[in-house]
Design a protein around this ligand. Structure first.
Ligand SMILES: N[C@@H](CCC(=O)N[C@@H](CS)C(=O)NCC(=O)O)C(=O)O
Length: 238
């Protein structure tokens, strides 16, 4: 027995903590202020996985250098390297981290196969239904001004109208469920945080979120998690 004076639950957690501290840190290439990198960092933080952030700045062409393109041929952040694995696509990376560190931290896939199935369902909704309109609006309102490019309000308005329709479905669902996959915080909720943060707190165009009672309560809960607050702290240091 590793620690004879601890309860079996405490001893199990101690073993997990020990194993985790022996694992090499995840190497994450990207920027904390980028939405997709933020998704990956928040996942690592929820799981208590150690990581090193290797800064790669898309605004100064860091993504288009040959050595970076060898890791990510589409020239985008983030990239993960871990124990001989090199991979890209933030949602795939988040799934990998949530699975690898399944035994520790927040159970981001729930506690049963059925709960995991619901997490996967809402992860797909995030990427297929929620992300396209919100990313288009954030690109016009936040990213293009940062690059000195003009914002097209017609694209903003059309994207927000599409987002409103998606959020009507979320409002109904969240009136019956505390979180998307049920009554537990999951990877599906987490995956929504970065772009929603930019729409609500940076672009200040979050009426579609804040005007819906249950969506807003959900948003306030998920965005106040220590993991996301830590991502914002890391982003503020850039
Ligand atoms: N589907 C990709 C999208 C990655 C992405 O769009 N990354 C942005 C930053 S958030 C980027 O690298 N943009 C630079 C570029 O496309 O040139 C993912 O989820 O990882």
């Amino acid at each position: 027995m590793l620690y004879p004076f601890l309860s079996s639950t405490q001893a199990r957690q101690s073993r997990i903590d020990l194993l985790s501290s022996m694992m090499a840190p995840l190497k994450i290439y990207g920027l904390a202020m980028s939405t997709c990198t933020g998704r990956v960092l928040a996942t690592a933080l929820e799981k208590g996985a150690t990581f090193e952030l290797q800064p790669v700045d898309p605004f100064s062409g860091g993504c288009k250098k040959p050595e970076y393109l060898a890791l990510q041929p589409f020239g985008q952040i983030p990239v993960l390297q871990d124990e001989g694995l090199t991979m890209f696509e933030s949602r795939a990376i988040a799934r990998y981290i949530a699975s690898k560190y399944e035994a520790q931290g927040t159970p981001l896939y729930g506690r049963s196969l059925q709960e995991r199935a619901k997490v996967e369902q809402w992860l797909e909704v995030e990427s297929q239904n929620y992300n396209p309109p919100i990313a288009a609006a954030v690109c016009e309102l936040v990213v293009k001004p940062m690059k000195g490019a003009p914002t097209y309000m017609q694209i903003v308005n059309e994207s927000l109208a599409k987002l409103e329709k998606v959020l009507d479905i979320y409002e109904d669902h969240l009136s019956k469920n505390e979180y998307l996959a049920g009554n537990f915080f999951s990877l599906a909720d987490l995956s929504h945080i970065p772009f929603t943060h930019y729409l609500v707190n940076v672009a200040k165009k979050g009426e579609a979120i804040t005007s819906r009672k249950h969506v807003n309560a959900w948003w306030l809960k998920i965005s106040s998690r220590p993991s996301w607050q830590k991502v914002l702290e890391l982003a503020s240091k850039k």
